[in-house]
Design a binder for this molecule. Structure first.
Ligand code: PSV
Ligand code: MN
Length: 442
């Protein structure tokens, strides 16, 4: 996981959208209370043998990428309700991502999606991002939508299409994404295909996977030495009867067949209801195939709700497995963390800041777990004490740790108040052209 910008690197950021002075002024009246809360939590933790500064340092090194597409209002299949001042191109999206990072200090990387974020000069785009204090994370290909002027429609699928020319087009698009990624400093290609069927019998379930594997192998062959391909599975939508890479089983089998540079990406919303996602994490890690995460939350299916808004305990249990994996890396541990949500009714900047905080807070709680006590209780078959080891950490209010991390990195104690006080969205509403109503998100 790449670390965040050090103070020297931050000085090279010439284009930050918010005034550092304004953030410091807003923080000033809250500093004493924060020092008090941090001190009090520190004393409490130290009674349990935990050094709060060590936890703070771990959180300071933690980060999660934001999706370029998350800066716009999402939507459903039924409607999209844009807000004034929404970004309409990658330059404006980067600016919004910079706001998220400046205030939350947790999101220094942006994951772009192509062709949505296409530009003519990628070296310039990389520089632009750097001047905003940002780098690029995994590049995402898009073969789930047709683009204007595209030679072959994806209405028969993409990498698994029955039509050779369509498969070829999808392969070439993925290879183009790798080439773009090389110019902007990415080392991961995330591939999610919507390929599948809506009717029993529509396609041969075995042969469609053959076609996918054969095409994905050609993309795999184009990966540079230090790159990975992250296979993202999803149970349903847009195909509602069968999906080619539907679950973690299909995903790990495909990744194993493709080779060591192929890993699995877990989007928290892409499972059958009530699936034990933390166990999937442990399984994927056991076989060296855990590649990355798309964080979001859900109540019913792939709802793409804000991370931790419905089931924060599940998010904590996922991070508990991730910390286990980090401490026991087996063949390596380097998952790409990203938020992937659809912000239908909130200002996307506010949602991403609040979600980044929810994610980092579950991470901090998982770091707090007394692993020795947990392991001893597990070994001794003391079920209640094993559970209590998790419960004790989950119950800690880690907010002062997160706030201290933010202040020390130039961020805001109260991110939402600082954002609203900045008047950023109101300014953008005057400067930016209005977005169309458009279709919903996939
Ligand atoms: C598909 O539902 C997904 O989770 C994939 O990650 C896409 O790239 C993203 O949403 C945006 O549509
Ligand atoms: Mn996703």
């Amino acid at each position: 996981m790449p670390t965040r910008l050090c103070a020297k690197e931050r000085d090279m950021t010439t284009n930050l959208p918010l005034s550092a002075d304004q953030i410091a002024t807003l923080n000033a009246p809250q500093m004493d209370a924060l020092a008090d809360d941090y001190g009090s939590l520190g004393r409490k933790l130290s009674r349990a043998g935990i050094d709060i500064d060590a936890i703070k340092d771990k959180v300071a090194a933690f980060s999660v990428a934001v999706p370029s597409w998350g800066t716009g209002r999402g939507g459903t299949r039924f409607a999209k309700f844009p807000i004034a001042g929404e970004p309409t191109n990658i330059h404006e999206k980067l600016e919004d991502c910079a706001v998220v990072n400046q205030l939350s200090t947790l999101t220094p990387r942006v994951s772009p999606h192509f062709p949505w974020d296409k530009v003519s000069d990628y070296a310039a785009l990389k520089q632009e991002a750097e001047s905003l204090g940002l780098g690029f994370d995994a590049v995402n290909s898009n073969t789930f939508q047709d683009q204007p002027g595209q030679a072959h429609s994806y209405n028969t699928g993409s990498l698994a299409s029955t039509l050779e020319a369509t498969r070829q087009q999808a392969i070439e698009h993925n290879i183009e994404c790798i080439e773009i990624g090389q110019q902007i400093g990415s080392t991961d290609l995330t591939v999610w295909v919507g390929d599948g069927t809506n009717f029993p019998g529509q396609q041969d379930l075995g042969r469609s996977l053959d076609r996918y594997l054969e095409a994905a192998a050609q993309v795999y062959a184009a990966l540079p030495e230090d790159w990975r391909i992250l296979l993202e599975h999803k149970m349903f939508e847009p195909a509602f009867y069968s999906t080619v890479i539907s679950d973690w089983g299909s995903s790990i089998l495909a990744a194993q067949e493709l080779g060591p540079k192929a890993k699995c990406l877990v989007d928290l919303g892409h499972h059958a209801p009530n699936v034990n996602i933390e166990q999937i994490v442990a399984r994927l890690h056991r076989f060296g195939k855990l590649g990355g995460f798309h964080f979001n939350d859900s109540k019913y299916g792939d709802d793409d709700l804000d991370s931790g808004s419905i089931n924060p305990h599940q998010l904590f249990l996922v991070f508990n497995e991730l910390i286990e994996a980090e401490l026991n890396p087996r063949d390596g541990f380097n998952p790409a963390y990203m938020i992937d949500q659809s912000h239908n009714v909130t200002d996307p900047i506010e949602s991403m800041m609040s979600s980044a905080e929810a994610i980092a807070s579950c991470y901090a709680k998982a770091v707090l777990v007394d692993r020795e006590a947990l392991n001893a209780a597990q070994q001794g078959n003391d079920t209640m004490m094993a559970f209590q080891a998790l419960r004790r950490a989950y119950n800690v209010d880690v907010a002062p740790i997160l706030a201290m991390v933010r202040v020390e990195a130039g961020g805001a104690i109260d991110v939402l108040t600082a954002y609203r006080a900045s008047g950023y969205r109101v300014r953008k509403a005057q400067e930016r052209k209005a977005v169309g109503l458009g279709a919903g998100i996939v």
